[in-house]
Design a protein around this ligand. Sequence first.
Ligand SMILES: Cc1ncc(COP(=O)(O)O)c(C=O)c1O
Length: 358
Amino acid sequence: MTTVDDLPIRDDLRGRSPYGAPQLDVAVRLNTNENSYAVPDAVVDEIAKAVQAELRDLNRYPDRDAVGLRTDLADYLGHGLTTANVWAANGSNEVQQQLLQAFGGPGRTALGFGPSYSMHPLLAAGAGTRWIGALRDPDFGLTPAAAVAQIEEHRPDLVFLCSPNNPTGTALDPSVIDAVLGVAPGMVLVDEAYFEFARPGTPSALALLPGHPRLVVTRTMSKAFGFAGGRLGYLAADPAVVDAVQLVRLPYHLSSLTQAAARAAVAQRDALLAVVEAIKEQRDRIVATLRSRGVRVADSDANFVLFEAGADQRAAWQAFLDRGVLIRDVGLPGWLRVTAGTETETTAFLTAAEEILS
Ligand SMILES: Cc1ncc(COP(=O)(O)O)c(C=O)c1O
């Protein structure tokens, strides 16, 4: 059988593994930080109408610049942002890939502070950008001094920050982003995929955009909006950054169906985001319940919780699966991550946790 390594594949991709969160048919799926709530019927109707209205024109290419959608997203973000500050693609993964294509590439480096989102290094690899695995503190925090020291040591072309951070859940103190912006020689990307779940008062890096043309904030509709299947991510930055990603994006990368569905979803944001508070309640319930049982848990500003699962986290992960609860082994020895789902799903997780972690 021919394997990848038998092919004339790029040397820097040889031996690598693809992104691979298991997609298993299990009753309780809490492993990829999706929104557990189905799209409400009224929103389904609005999206269906918007998509229907596009169908006759599918013989034509879509708006290459997705101007209407970008305008809607700028309006949602606020902070005085306009269409020219916003760019959208098929998931924030694609936005980040475009940023790496434009600002990384062969001979260039990107640095991130682990443990963090596993796709950042994979996207860097795909774009031929050398990844520098800098570290968070042992308690998963990141101080301005530690961030600055590691950036000054490596002088990367791109710095990846993630706030709230996946998989630890904690948001970054704005002083860290400020300090990083002060020393980073290149672009600074703040991945705010989970921002809508942050605790009240958590500032967004969007507030730092004025005067920082090398700062990029990425967001997604996959989490709080419950639109993971629709694939829509976006960035906010100086208009020059939007000009830069247009140099590498594929022509017509966002289908007219995606643009129409996403616009309808953004218009229905009050209905879609109504479940965010319920999800945060379940997150806080997981944290409080596990802590009350003596389990170590990281603080979370996201829709998931990282908790200590004993010396053999793989065995614990399997024990959850055996009880019909799919959670995530992020490869962090001793720890597992669970998404805050509906109340019923959370109860299923906590019931299994009582047996497995005691
Ligand atoms: C930190 C972070 N950024 C980005 C993404 C990807 O989001 P999207 O679905 O927009 O590509 C995820 C998905 O889990 C994530 O955890």
